[in-house]
Design a binder for this molecule. Structure first.
Ligand SMILES: *Cc1c(COP(=O)(O)O)cnc(C)c1O
Length: 389
């Protein structure tokens, strides 16, 4: 099909030409004397994206899922009790990883579409007088439902309960796009990956660990080998890695960090908020519902749209792909067939989003879900015009 594929899944996201060109490199010696400059620059700049001056960033050839494992095995000991919130597919998989790694997981169930209930976490921790709970596991931006949770509120609840548990936060679809403040929110382990806000191909796990998390790395007794952060701490200090790093990803990340920090993280977050609001207004104009119930929790990086009963979201996705070269995100788990997602994160601007909204609008009508042609695009256009600087 001529023309560009409109990639609007919430990861992998569009890789900017600048990043693609930067990744197109001949291989080089990762043990050369020139190499540490690249490593140190990347790891230093990464902490700015995570909002920390006290934490330490890590990169591993892996993906976001592996960073769940890395955070768990480097912070906990076999059989530890942890408290986790299940409010969507990614929080479910985070819980699953903790269970498979031998943790006892107390699960707080939240209806999909709901946010992390900070108050409930606070109650559970306050009731745990013996301090049996060693960590709290939450997903900042639940990519399956398009819900952003308030991590500052989780931290406040933990502090009010005067509980010493570690805070492990999955920020795979938020870090690099949404406001993220590791220091201010007291996040001990923040998990990310290369193919969402960092606008790169998948293949790099990104992690940032706060001071209390770093202390836990030294005392945790989970067996670990490839993901042992102690080896990274030792080698990274000199600008090297315990094993062969992915050079292409490192050069890509260098470029992506230059783009993000050049734009400025507050501006990056503001751009995502503005683009996301356009998508929400379009959905409203179509008279469709989103999965995220509470407007204040609706994500600026992904919107999960429910198809009316009788409709099939997988049919919508297939028509969009085959007819308009538009890739929309699938409904995950119990939302399969019931919802599709529009990813609006990464290297995007207004006209790109409007193109995706036009394609979605045409597709919905093709799939027998009647929406007024042009209504969503018009609503988003109005918003983009009125909110333009
Ligand atoms: C994409 C995603 C993951 C999984 O990351 P992979 O890179 O696919 O392993 C984990 N958590 C969230 C919130 C995600 O959006």
């Amino acid at each position: 099909m001529p023309g560009r594929n409109f990639l609007f899944v919430p990861g992998p996201t569009n890789v900017p030409d600048r990043v693609l060109r930067a990744m197109h490199r001949a291989q080089e010696d990762h043990r050369s004397s020139a190499f540490p400059a690249l490593t140190k620059g990347i790891l230093g700049d990464l902490t700015k994206v995570f909002g920390t001056t006290k934490g330490q960033a890590f990169i591993l050839p892996a993906s976001g899922t592996a960073m769940w494992e890395t955070a768990i095995v480097n912070s906990l000991s076999p059989g530890d009790r942890v408290l986790a919130v299940r409010n969507g597919m990614f929080s479910q998989l985070f819980i699953d990883a903790a269970q498979r790694l031998g943790m006892q997981v107390d699960v707080i169930e939240v209806e999909w579409g709901g946010a992390v209930p900070a108050a409930v976490i606070g109650e559970r921790l306050a009731a745990d007088k013996a301090g049996a709970i060693k960590a709290v596991l939450v997903v900042h931006n639940e990519t399956a439902t398009g819900v952003t949770s308030d991590i500052a509120a989780v931290r406040a609840a933990m502090d009010r309960a005067k509980h010493n548990a570690l805070l492990l936060v999955d920020g795979v679809s938020s870090v690099g796009s949404l406001d993220f403040r590791l220091d201010e929110w007291g996040v001990d382990f923040a998990i990310a990956g290369s193919q969402k806000g960092f606008m790169m191909p998948a293949g790099l796990g990104i992690l940032c660990v706060g001071p209390k998390g770093l202390a836990a790395v030294a005392t945790a007794t989970c067996p670990r080998a490839y993901f042992d952060l102690r080896d990274h701490i030792t080698h990274n200090a000199n600008g090297y890695f315990p094993y062969t790093p992915s050079l292409a990803h490192m050069y890509g990340l260098r470029e992506s960090l230059d783009m993000l920090l050049g734009e400025g993280m507050p501006n990056v977050a503001a751009r995502h908020k503005r683009l996301g609001e356009g998508v929400r207004r379009a959905v409203q104009a179509w008279k469709l519902d989103v999965c995220a119930k509470d407007a204040s929790t609706q994500s600026d990086t992904v919107t999960a749209i429910l198809v009316p009963s009788g409709g099939d979201a997988e049919v919508v996705r297939d028509i969009a792909f085959k007819k308009y070269n538009l890739a929309l995100g699938a409904g995950l788990g119990p939302l399969r067939g019931k919802a599709f997602r529009i990813g609006h994160l990464g290297d995007l601007n207004e006209l790109m989003v409007l193109g995706a909204l036009a394609g979605t609008e045409m597709t919905l009508n093709d799939a027998g879900i009647a929406v007024t042609p042009g209504s969503g695009v018009a609503a988003a256009e109005s918003w983009y015009r009125e909110s333009a600087k």
